[in-house]
Design a protein around this ligand. Sequence first.
Ligand code: ATP
Ligand code: MG
Length: 293
Amino acid sequence: MINKRVAKVLDRFRITSGKGFRLKDHDPGDTGGLDLQKDHAADLLQQGIERLAELQDMLYAQDRWSMLCIFQAMDAAGKDGVIKHVFSGINPQGCQVHSFKQPTPVDLDHDFLWRHSVALPERGRIGIHNRSWYEEVLVVRVHPDLLTKEKLPPRLVGKTIWEERLEDIAAYERYLARQGTVVLKFFLHVGKGEQKRRFLSRIEEPEKNWKFSAADVAERGHWDAYMSAYEEAIRGTAAKHAPWYVVPADNKWFTRLLVEAAIVEALEGLDLHYPKVTKAEKAALEVARKALV
Ligand code: ATP
Ligand code: MG
């Protein structure tokens, strides 16, 4: 079970309908009124990590459902840290992590969902996608020159292309849900000021220098365009079967706790259990036991 207080808070950050969604109603510094001591937050996270490990073991044994966790965010919002911590307890055999960077020439020779589609988790697995098909309505929308590299027949590229893409993503996610893939989408919502602080500490602290990229600062210049692209993406694709979680990301302890809770809650909703042994299988086990002793 996830902690009741955290579960209650979680509802506020889950978007299951895009109607009336506005990003400006969401504060990146929000901590859901859970102003926890650092130790207590770490304990709660640890409980979630352990519960996730139990659930994942059953998911794997049962081999019916799969789960796709999509992580989207501006740079330095903490995607890597969330992935590192939230999934730290699970069996590596039961999860598949993919990071999506700029598409390769082979990717560009296909429809935009193709490279993501081949990376989807198998039944019984948890797929972790660090960036996703949403980049096609985010970075590509903010930088339309990227679209021209996608080799689409010109007559298919019109004014409504972004709406069309969102429609296709939403339809695809519905299809996945109907196939037994639980789709969860996380937007780690960092504030512009906090991003600046994190960039500066990447410059100032030698052990963080490797994380700094001048290109990230350039992207920061397109902040408002990104925010409106995120808003449109969430509006166009939030659904009960494929919810968005708009996770405040200025406080890392809260971000991690909320993501952990969302995943645990979704798995708990599947009523997972170890496969039941049939009478015949039980009899066969008994025969094997006798032979062994
Ligand atoms: P991250 O930024 O996710 O932490 P990274 O810094 O290791 O990862 P980058 O070289 O920044 O790796 O690769 C991610 C970049 O690829 C991002 O700028 C992202 O917008 C871009 N990207 C991802 N998918 C697409 C796409 N479909 N089209 C164009 N660019 C994309
Ligand atoms: Mg990057």
